[in-house]
Design a protein around this ligand. Structure first.
Ligand code: PLP
Length: 365
């Protein structure tokens, strides 16, 4: 395919789709990322001929040679976004072109082929249309979409990136991250491990970043915390991210978020909050934030709230912080008003309760 040609998708419906009753049973209690819909998207790539064989097909397992390169060298990346059923009944996505652009920035870093943005967005539309009955109607629930790409060349040669790839999209109904009210999380400052270093893959949404993070996340739990907070690789002093979410520090009516140094994942929720802040009468600043400033700000009362943000949980208050030799609470440890206001605004736009003045809502159905 040349870049001017449009991919056309072959549509193969699932003859063994689950019944309405089976689906309703899942939708009554979907959890997160546990059950998948009846279809999936697949597009193949071959060096020289480009993307080909785009199709919507029944959801099911893959058969891959054990020597397939993704299993050995982790040449892989992914995206995450949601389809929402809005108050008027339409099904929409939130800024899917931003996910497409990030997918391609990740691909460039991982020496993988870029997918035309329109093909990325069309693949999401096709899957959501085919599985529209799986988009929950319950307030706060959504259909989580997981596009990803894997290297499929067979062989253990390590000197070159794969010459073949598979792009896929799968979908899973998701409950609201918080069942039974917004609960602040406790965080563990990881000084033993590092998520990302300058020149590495921190800004790319690749599985390898997560594989390297699990041990620190386990350590956070062993220390009685919910989530790990990553610090810079060099000094272990500047705050980068919390697990798979970006962080915001609230100083009165100013939102401060760690600047994108290349080691942070540039969250679309983060970027959206920076753009929305003005509407809510909030100032913003992107800069380095040290652990010392975090602790001292909480002690002096200047730092009034801290929250994390990302597609899965939208906006999550951070209530307490613990490190090797210190621990403190953020204000009184309960969700603050700025956190809740930002959350309400974003969720409002996504579900159609608030006006979409920036054209962020992409109507699918
Ligand atoms: C996906 C992700 C985020 C959040 O990005 P959103 O686009 O807001 O969902 C933040 N940090 C990491 C490490 C991530 O993988």
């Amino acid at each position: 395919m040349t870049s001017a040609q449009k991919l056309s998708f072959d549509v193969q419906h699932n003859d063994h789709a689950r019944t309405a009753a089976e689906r309703e049973q899942v939708l009554a209690n979907p959890g997160f990322g546990q059950t998948f819909t009846d279809h999936m998207i697949m597009i193949d790539y071959t060096e020289g001929s480009g993307w080909h064989d785009a199709r919507l097909m029944p959801y099911g397992p893959l058969s891959l040679d054990p020597a397939t390169s993704v299993f050995h060298y982790a040449q892989e990346l992914f995206e995450g976004l949601k389809a929402y059923r809005q108050v008027g009944g339409s099904i929409v996505a939130f800024r899917p072109h931003a996910n497409a652009a990030r997918f391609n920035r990740s691909a460039a870093r991982m020496a993988m082929p870029e997918l035309p943005e329109d093909a990325f967005v069309e693949s999401l539309e096709l899957l959501v249309e085919a599985d529209k009955e799986w988009v929950p109607t319950t307030e706060g629930h959504s259909l989580y979409l997981r596009p990803f790409m894997i290297a499929t060349q067979v062989g253990l040669g390590v000197n070159y990136p794969s010459k073949t790839y598979k792009y896929m999209v799968i979908a899973s109904p998701a409950a609201s991250y918080f069942t039974g009210g917004i609960k602040p999380v406790s965080v563990w400052l990881s000084t033993e491990y590092t998520r990302a270093a300058p020149g590495g893959t921190g800004f790319a949404k690749c599985g390898g970043n997560y594989a390297a993070a699990f041990l620190a996340q386990r350590q956070a739990v062993e220390n009685g915390c919910d989530q790990v907070v990553w610090l810079d690789a060099h000094e272990h002093e500047y705050v980068e991210e919390m697990g798979g979410m970006n962080l915001f520090f609230v100083f009165g009516n100013k939102l401060v978020t760690p600047e994108l140094t290349g080691t942070l994942l540039p969250g679309i929720t983060r970027e959206s909050i920076l753009e929305l802040a003005g509407d809510l009468g909030l100032e913003t600043e992107e800069r380095l934030v040290s652990v010392e400033e975090w602790q001292e700000g909480c002690a002096s009362g200047e730092l009034t709230e801290v929250f994390a943000c990302g597609t899965a949980a939208v906006v999550t208050p951070v209530g307490s912080v613990k490190g090797e030799d210190r621990s403190w609470t953020v204000a009184d440890g309960t969700p603050g008003p700025v956190t809740m206001r930002v959350r309400e605004e974003l969720v409002g736009i996504q579900y159609g309760a608030r006006p979409d003045t920036r054209n962020w809502i992409h109507k699918i159905l």
